[in-house]
Design a protein around this ligand. Structure first.
Ligand SMILES: [Zn+2]
Length: 289
């Protein structure tokens, strides 16, 4: 079944965090996770496999930081194509019938004009380069995530659409403020969600930054505005840093209870962001199917 059709009829479960799993597997803080597509591909593939086995319908490639600008910054400027192409292959090889691979596109690595040095057109080109590698390597769809400037997400959609006709999911990252939910750049929920859809995203929503309880409020707010499929991926709460170890306050039961409520409020596509693991996905599947 086509991924959008499935979202509308049965709903879709995304995966949980990749970064959290990589740190557990020994990735040192500060090292870009994309290195492991080249150096430790078996670990990346095991993570994808464990999410599929937990019940994820879609796994997201380990290419979050795979934009040319970001890869150059971390010392992978000579491997932009390999990082993205191998990232897709590692997920593709373990995806079975009815399971999908989403090409992950995260922030470009610099702020856009007028807040930063990157012109909108340059951002489009940069996203297009990454998307082209991901598309040619065989993703089923794209997911643009953890972006807090709606302009950057619009540039990513344009870049993807210049090289591929595969479906685009787009989530922004919001904070809960006294003035309601806002991105760090001050984008409001209604206008930003609508602009992503107008640009061509087939599913929109929110990921990262906030925990599952605050995300329930945001999910209901987005549901009021948007008719099409909505994506919600909370963190396992606000991270706590103790003795240089990051912990997340929401356990899998607390988290999946809120995901069940999020689904009951009419959200089609759910998953987890930072701090979530295959156990969280398994718990979601148990409570929502
Ligand atoms: Zn996150």
């Amino acid at each position: 079944m086509d991924v959008i059709e499935k979202a509308k009829t049965e709903g879709l479960i995304l995966d949980g965090a990749t970064g959290t799993m990589l740190i557990q597997a020994g990735l040192k803080g500060g090292k870009a996770s994309e290195f492991w597509n080249l150096e430790k591909p078996e670990i990346i593939q095991d993570i994808h496999k464990s999410y599929f086995e937990a019940g994820s319908d879609i796994v997201v490639t380990n290419t979050f930081g795979g934009s040319p600008i970001k890869l150059k910054k971390v010392g992978l400027g000579d491997s932009i194509e390999d990082v993205n192409r191998i990232g897709v292959r590692l997920a593709r090889e373990v995806a079975g019938e009815g399971q999908y691979v989403a090409g992950d596109i995260g922030p470009i690595g610099e702020l856009l004009h007028p807040s930063g040095p990157i012109a909108f057109e340059k951002a489009i080109d940069c996203f297009a380069e990454q998307a082209d590698y991901l598309s040619k390597a065989g993703v089923d769809l794209f997911i643009i995530e953890t972006i807090f400037d709606v302009q950057e997400s619009l540039a990513a959609i344009k870049g993807i659409q210049s090289v591929s006709s595969k479906p685009v999911f787009a989530t922004l990252t919001f904070e809960k403020t006294l003035k309601g939910f806002l991105t760090l750049m001050g984008n409001r929920v209604e206008e930003s969600m609508k602009s992503l859809i107008d640009e061509g995203a087939v599913a929109v929503g929110a990921n990262c930054s906030i925990g599952s309880d605050a995300m329930l409020d945001l999910a209901r707010e987005i549901r009021q505005i948007i008719n099409g499929p909505i994506i919600i991926q909370p963190n396992a709460g606000i991270p706590d840093l103790k003795d240089s170890e990051i912990t997340y306050p929401e356990d899998k039961d607390f988290f999946s209870d809120n995901i069940r409520k999020i689904k009951e409020s009419g959200i089609e596509i759910v998953g987890g962001c930072c701090g979530t693991t295959p156990d969280y996905i398994r718990s979601i599947v148990a409570k929502t199917s």
